[in-house]
Design a protein around this ligand. Sequence first.
Ligand code: SAH
Length: 355
Amino acid sequence: MNEHLKELIDKLNAEKTLSRSEWVELIDGHGDEERAYAASIANSLRKKRFGNKIFIRGIVEFSNYCKNDCYYCGIRRSNKNAQRYRLTEEEILECCDEGYETGYRTFVLQSGEDGAYPPARMAEIVRSIKSAHPDCAVTLSIGEQEREEYALLREAGADRYLLRHETASKELYEKLHPSFLSFEHRMKCLRDLKELGFQTGAGMMIGAPYQRTEHLAEDMLFLAEFQPQMVGMGPFLPHKDTDFRDKPKGSYELTLFLLALTRIMLPNVLLPATTALGTIRPDGREQGVLHGANVIMPNLSPTAVRKKYMLYDNKICTEDTTADCKFCLQARMKSIGCEVAVTRGDFGEFVDSGS
Ligand code: SAH
């Protein structure tokens, strides 16, 4: 192992951030040995807080209509091949009811940016879920809104909000999004969400087109400064109906390395081993956990619509039911000595304070 890089990983563990040039050196210079070293620290930090327990969140992908046009995304509005769908309130609630029976205590409502669900309607849906399942957390992942709208959703009882920053570089942001989307607005949304008391999730794709090490260094600096409660990061995967169809997918190993560095930098963070990681490698989610991830987010959407919520090609679990996913996941977690926890799994909820 390179002694200098090992020292940088130790420094990150001690000081919880690095300088821009140190991030670049570490990300550029690392190989398998440094990744294994970071994984060993990340994994023990995870175990110290969460024992062998993995938090699960059931995602309901309730609409794939989207007014945005992110160049990488399979449900962008200019993809005319996407078959659009929306679930009704009743269908969303049924997904949550089934999820509850299966052991989920957090429901994540995710969608494209669909004008058919204005904040007032979303607030009603949040209230219905909370009154049916008062012991559950509700996470929203419905994109950019104005502060008052986020406030309405928070008042309705939403606990958490996932809004990946996508990239902390304005220059890269503008290569991945059309000009009507603004880097500043996305960052403002994240600040508003945190100030309103949401447990807030930022994050980025690893290996997005045009992304260089300097951009990832910028992302890590942003995460160190913003201190999100959750971080979603997975590899970029191309979608056949986007202009990025021929762009190479993100690196699996680099994603694992950055997951480990994120756990070291933010030891308490809620860090999912994402579906994209499970798509790029059959045991990607297990490896994610072994690199410090402590959350898995399986699908609760009705099987009939799963294939339509295709952000990237070959997404896993689209033929499965809620029960299939839970069963499969339990077996996967067991294979690495972990166990799925039936709990909300809030930020700061430590399952095991042992060593
Ligand atoms: N409309 C919501 C939800 C977006 S989908 C929002 O704007 O926040 C959730 C995440 O999927 C995105 O934030 C993005 O990081 C990721 N994603 C989209 N397309 C992807 C692709 N081709 N490969 C990997 N991840 C992708």
